[in-house]
Design a protein around this ligand. Structure first.
Ligand code: SF4
Ligand code: SF4
Ligand code: SF4
Length: 177
């Protein structure tokens, strides 16, 4: 099993409902976020356009954050989801420095926190909170090893990219372009 997400940059309207849903679902402290919305200019002049992306931890297959963690707090869980075990984290910040996507932050309680792909919901057969709430239905989640999962099906029919492929982390969040 390999969990992954695809986000359609052509359908995302930048409403940030995904960010609010995550903060509510996961008790993210005020002033912090596990997911965020980025607007950037893509293309080559004069064919420029604005791309809107809902970003989060990429749950990379080759995660520097897991490799550098001295305590094993950062680890791979079900379906390759990258998690942090709170009570094993000593707050050294090595993982924050190693992540090319700036996906982690230090929680006010002293441990490092980030997106979990809402594994607690996924285990109950539910979608991650951000996916469930998106008003344009532009996010797709599921198991890449299952050809019938929403994410597998959409990746078969659309062009996509990952962020910072040159970092070699093998991300599992795909952006449909
Ligand atoms: Fe984009 Fe959906 Fe997030 Fe709104 S909820 S910013 S449309 S991904
Ligand atoms: Fe680790 Fe960053 Fe990849 Fe998430 S996006 S698995 S925090 S390297
Ligand atoms: Fe590991 Fe915590 Fe240090 Fe990150 S801050 S590398 S999770 S011990």
């Amino acid at each position: 099993m390999r969990y992954a997400m695809a986000v359609d940059t052509k359908k995302c309207v930048g409403c940030s409902d995904c960010v609010v849903a995550c903060q509510t679902e996961n008790d993210v402290p005020i002033g912090y976020c596990r997911d965020w919305v980025v607007e950037s200019t893509v293309g080559t002049y004069p064919q420029l356009e604005t791309e809107i992306r809902s970003e989060r931890c990429n749950h990379c297959d080759n995660s520097p954050c897991v490799r550098c963690c001295p305590t094993g707090a950062s680890h791979y869980s079900d379906g390759g989801i990258v998690l942090v075990t709170k009570n094993k984290c000593i707050g050294c910040s090595a993982c924050i420095q190693s992540c090319p996507y700036d996906a982690r932050f230090t929680h006010p309680d002293g441990y490092v926190d980030k997106c979990t792909f809402c594994l607690h919901r996924v285990k109950k057969g539910m979608e991650p909170a951000c996916v469930a709430v998106c008003p344009t239905k532009c996010m797709y989640f599921g198991d890449l090893d299952d050809p019938n999962s929403p994410v597998s099906k959409i990746l078969k029919t659309r062009k996509y990219k990952v962020l910072a492929p040159e970092a070699g982390t093998k991300p599992n969040v795909y952006f449909l372009i």
